[in-house]
Design a protein around this ligand. Structure first.
Ligand SMILES: *Cc1c(COP(=O)(O)O)cnc(C)c1O
Length: 428
């Protein structure tokens, strides 16, 4: 059904098409296991010869409906949900990289992902080279090696707000015979669909705008189905050679466009777990039903708040790609013509302590370690997430000591601006 529907309609109705007499609303299949009449039916499922449910770590009808909705929203061939965005990014890379392999990532990415790639995956024998997306092609391509397996970036980086030139990085990745993986958390498929610009795989922390209400941590991996694994069979033995742990089946030949997601489910989920609960998927689905409305409002409010901050004499700088003088304005117009996201980075004139006093004076806007939910919230990395670092170390990590990350919610924008104004006045 949903193949022909527009994005807004997919948000509301995608993934779950009830048959006659079935529940109108996606049911929560809160069951670990599924019943079959004879053992041969179950055996065929284990051989991947039939499709069907047997154990929720591998597949669950509630989870699958939500995965299908997200796959359709992104224009992908298939998707797999995970229990967090961290798990999604780990699996997305680990599905095609093993010990001895290497990959390249943009250095302007979420801190948790930066640590996963630079520290934890290194312990698994997988090395990541970080590149500055502002470098020219030649300098970036110098990072590719014969054992490089993918390139990774974020559509809009958290917290810096850098816009990733997807088309350019897809071209570079493909020149080296590897897929481009894009974390599309902040843009969401409402504002950007990376597959339309040549990306091969998309990941999400669904914890953010997709859930949108700050109720459930979760993640998703979506495959476009476009990358030709068999054309680079030597690089991707995991997809192009028989999997001895799955009856000698070769994913790329057996599953075509579904090879990557099938391998991620049948191998990584089977062995490593970290599935979302059906209940969390139900909540995620409720969030997705209004994603198109909320994202639009987040962007309208953030644009107004960014313009207000830019005019304010107490504000030293504002980074939001919707502002005309922003470094990423042109890229934003290309990839995010209908709006980017609700997250703004800005700095106040004065010291780190001035930033803290301002935040402590906010009334409606709360200080929380979160972004991208309905409620406006604020975080000061220098005194929260990155508090162990000196000012110099902060700058090295790309976080200005005065950087305040403001996640603009969907309240009335006048109340948001009035709260900021009174906090500026109170903290003078
Ligand atoms: C939050 C976030 C993650 C990590 O997601 P969790 O759901 O918190 O595990 C990854 N990427 C981006 C861009 C994020 O904002």
């Amino acid at each position: 059904m949903e193949k022909n529907l527009r994005k807004e309609s997919v948000c509301v109705q995608g993934g779950w098409t009830p048959k006659n007499g079935e529940p109108r609303v996606l049911p929560i299949y809160q069951s670990t296991t599924f019943k079959y009449d004879d053992s041969d039916q179950m055996a065929r499922l284990f051989d991947l010869k039939d499709t069907g449910y047997f154990y929720t770590r591998l597949q669950n009808p509630t989870n699958d409906a939500v995965a299908a909705k997200i796959a359709t929203l992104e224009g992908g061939a298939g998707a797999m949900l995970t229990s967090s965005g961290q798990a999604a990014n780990f699996y997305a890379v680990f599905n095609i990289c093993e010990a001895g392999d290497h990959f390249v990532a943009s250095n302007t990415i979420y801190g948790g992902t930066f640590n996963l790639f630079g520290v934890t995956m290194k312990k698994l024998g997988i090395e990541c080279t970080f590149v500055d997306p502002d470098w020219d092609d030649e300098r970036i391509e110098a990072a590719f090696r014969p054992n490089t397996k993918c390139f990774f970036g974020e559509t809009i980086s958290n917290p810096g707000g850098h816009v990733f030139d997807i088309e350019r990085f897809a071209r570079m990745a493909h020149r080296h015979g590897v897929p481009l993986i894009v974390d599309n958390t902040f843009a969401t498929p409402i504002n950007c669909r990376p597959f339309e610009w040549g990306a091969d795989i998309v990941t999400h922390s669904t914890t953010k705008y997709m859930d949108g209400h700050a109720t459930s941590v979760g993640g998703a991996i979506v495959d476009s189905g476009n990358f030709d694994w068999l054309a680079h069979a030597d690089k991707f033995p995991g997809l192009c050679q028989p999997d001895e742990s799955y009856h000698g089946l070769t994913y790329a030949t057996a599953f075509g466009k579904m090879a990557y997601i099938t391998k991620a489910t049948a191998q990584l989920m089977r062995d490593l777990g970290s599935i979302p609960s059906p209940f969390n998927c139900f909540l995620l689905n409720l969030g997705l039903e209004t994603l198109h409305l909320r994202v639009k409002r987040h962007c309208e409010n953030a644009q107004a708040v960014a313009e207000y901050l830019e005019r304010n004499e107490r504000v030293a700088w504002v980074n939001y790609c919707g502002l005309k003088n922003n470094k990423y304005y042109e890229l934003g117009q290309k990839y995010l013509p209908n709006g980017s996201c609700g997250v703004i980075a800005f700095g106040l004139k004065g010291t780190k302590e001035d930033a803290v006093r301002f935040m402590d004076s906010l009334k409606m806007i709360a200080i929380v370690t979160h972004v991208a939910d309905a409620r406006t919230c604020v975080l000061h990395p220098a005194s929260h997430t990155h508090r162990q670092l000196s000012d110099e170390q902060l700058r090295e990590a790309g976080v200005a000591p005065d950087l305040i990350r403001l996640s603009v919610g969907i309240e009335n924008v006048k109340d948001i601006i009035e709260d900021i104004q009174q906090a500026l006045d109170a903290s003078k």
